[in-house]
Design a protein around this ligand. Structure first.
Ligand code: NAP
Ligand code: ZN
Ligand code: ZN
Length: 346
């Protein structure tokens, strides 16, 4: 075991504070990673405050991890000391079910092992990226291409893959009209990636405050959802509408923006349920779907795609003592566009 510094919440009502945690010894197939940067995902807040239900405390959040391999186990074949690597939302899965075999480990029938707020397969709690080091099985580690800076790459491990996977699955590309709802951490990466895939991209945001940024990141159009004209003028416009919104929405209004056979794919994870008028689906043969992060192989594909197109996240690097303040700014939709913790300050 080794003791490492971390930032943890001791309960759902407590702010995050500096502490220490134990990391397991490096096993035969493990790598030990010196964490350099950890992104702050809105999911960290949902979980640290028990918005999704009962959680495991103390909690060290963080599933957007970028760092350098510091030690490898005797049986490790893919990584060597000094490699630039990342870890995303899960650190294990059953490895033998239909979905694990297809590289869809996030849908493992036994459940993926979350990077934090989970129990690993030996029953020990997992602790995430707001810390200085982590020990992970090499099969759940990905390689960060040299051309991507580690700080701007960290958010790709969750925000990037969560939007890349559905954009690929629903065939965003030349000739498709994609709307991205919400321009926060996930949303701004969706704009960049959908644009790089060749789709025509419209941002639907609560206001026009971030319009210049949206157009700079690759959007063709930027509309405010607070303006009722947006819903009239864009009726029947999109093949794919990707919702990254962290709060419950009026899905009926958004389904009307789809063309016949269009799909509204939700990746936002609001804490409360939403209601739906099924006529919004029937009249237009529309689909409403969801998507969760992405598998290990697809995460590597996404990182390589981002490197090829020169895409990193737009980030604000913060010191560890600013985490609680950053949480409040995320809750106020005041993030441009991902906070990333410099773990040297923990
Ligand atoms: P974020 O940075 O806070 O972005 C969310 C954006 O949603 C905000 O920037 C805002 O965009 C919009 N928004 C917030 N409140 C709203 C409201 N009441 N009405 C309308 N729009 C609102 O969060 P994130 O880190 O991107 O995460 C977004 C959601 O995805 C979270 O719920 C998170 O838990 C979830 N998530 C899911 C997965 C998955 O696998 N499916 C993975 C990661 C995260 P504008 O300012 O542009 O309106
Ligand atoms: Zn996340
Ligand atoms: Zn499985």
């Amino acid at each position: 075991m080794s003791t490492v510094a971390a930032y943890a919440a001791s309960s759902a009502k407590a702010p995050l504070e500096r502490t220490t945690i134990e990391r397991r010894p490096v096993g035969a197939s493990d790598v030990r990673i010196d964490i350099r940067f950890a992104g702050i995902c809105h999911s960290d807040i949902h979980q640290a405050r028990e918005g999704w239900g009962e959680a495991i405390f103390p909690m060290v959040p963080g599933h957007e991890i970028a760092g350098i391999v510091a030690e490898v186990g005797s049986g490790v074949t893919r990584y060597a000391v000094g490699d630039r690597v990342g870890v995303g939302c899960f650190v294990d899965s059953c490895r033998e079910c239909e979905y694990c075999e297809r590289g869809l480990e996030q849908y493992c029938v036994q459940g993926m092992t979350g990077t934090y707020n989970a129990l690993d397969r030996s029953g020990e709690p997992t602790y995430g990226g707001y810390s200085t080091a982590i020990v992970v099985d090499e099969n759940y580690v990905v390689r960060i291409p040299d051309s991507l800076p580690l700080d701007a790459a960290a958010p790709l491990l969750c925000a990037g893959i969560t939007v890349y996977s559905p954009l690929r699955h629903w065939n965003a590309g030349p000739g498709s009209r994609v709307a991205v709802l919400g321009m926060g951490g996930l949303g701004h990466m969706a704009v960049k990636i959908a644009h790089a895939m060749g789709a025509e991209v419209t941002v639907l945001s609560q206001s026009l405050r971030k319009k210049d940024d949206g157009l700079r990141l690759g959007a063709d159009r930027y509309r405010a959802t607070s303006d009722p004209a947006t819903f009239q003028e864009l009726k029947g416009s999109f093949d794919l509408l990707l919702s990254t919104v962290s709060a419950p929405l009026d899905f009926d209004a958004y389904l009307e923006l789809l063309k016949t056979d269009g799909a509204l794919v939700n990746v936002g994870a609001p804490e409360d349920p939403v209601s739906l008028n099924l006529f919004s689906l029937m009249l237009g043969r529309r689909s409403l779907a969801g998507s969760a992060i992405g598998g290990i192989a697809e995460t590597q594909e996404m990182l390589d795609f981002c490197a090829e197109h020169g895409l990193g996240a737009e980030i604000e690097v913060i010191r560890a003592e600013e985490i609680n303040q950053a949480y409040e700014r995320i809750l106020a939709s005041d993030v441009r566009y991902r906070f990333v913790i410099d773990t040297a300050t923990i």
